[in-house]
Design a protein around this ligand. Structure first.
Ligand SMILES: O=P(O)(O)OC[C@H]1O[C@H](OP(=O)(O)OP(=O)(O)O)[C@H](O)[C@@H]1O
Ligand code: HPA
Ligand SMILES: [Mg+2]
Length: 175
């Protein structure tokens, strides 16, 4: 038993349009204040690469690597922080950039982790939100698309490390 791509859920054009909208909104909210984007790898790398290029003004970026799914379609429940940030975020406006919030465990772990650094503000920006599967109470400040309870792939997001290269978001089916 395995999985393969099923239907396209969000097209390349829809993604581009939404990324522009989110970028405009963030800049409007912070005006000309400098921002630090913390990008949650691996999944958020494609979304973040597009997002930072539609954002005007001063933007610093850094990366964390967090993993909790492995080769499964359900969370292991254990978030492993494989790489932490290098930049100093104390007193800075921070935006955590994620590809998807599903159970919410990854971001609630990271949010708590970064609050210890005492940033000036911390916002959560996610391309996709799957609220039906939440295990912890977590809300994002910027959400691209609210999606149904289906395992998705593409645009940086994987199943067992595959499919990150797809330019769209698709569902998978069991075969
Ligand atoms: O809300 P949650 O249930 O925690 O799920 C969301 C997280 O799961 C995925 O990461 P994953 O652990 O698959 O690592 P990856 O980014 O390297 O694919 C995704 O990129 C998010 O970081
Ligand atoms: O739907 C998903 N697809 C891929 N990775 C994920 N991590 C959390 N939810 C998902
Ligand atoms: Mg993954």
């Amino acid at each position: 038993m395995g999985y393969e791509m099923d239907n396209i859920l969000i097209t390349e054009n829809q993604l581009m349009q939404k990324v522009k909208e989110i970028g405009t909104q963030i800049r409007q909210d912070f005006q000309d204040e400098p921002l630090v984007f913390i990008i949650v790898l691996k999944g958020a790398f494609v979304f973040a690469a597009d997002l930072i290029r539609v954002l005007n003004g001063k933007v610093m970026i850094d990366f964390v690597v967090a993993s909790s799914y492995g080769n499964q379609t359900v969370t292991t429940g254990k978030v492993r922080l494989l790489k932490d940030i290098d930049v100093n975020i104390t007193g800075k406006n921070v935006v955590l950039v994620e590809d998807i919030i599903d159970s919410g465990l990854t971001l609630s772990f990271l949010k708590e982790h970064f609050q210890l650094h005492k940033p000036k503000s911390m916002k959560i920006c996610t391309l996709l939100d799957k609220p039906e599967r939440r295990k912890v109470d977590l809300k994002a400040d910027y959400v691209g698309f609210v999606i149904p309870d289906k395992f998705i792939i593409g645009y940086g997001i994987d199943y067992a490390e595959m499919y990150r290269n797809l330019p769209y978001i698709a569902t998978i089916k069991e075969v």
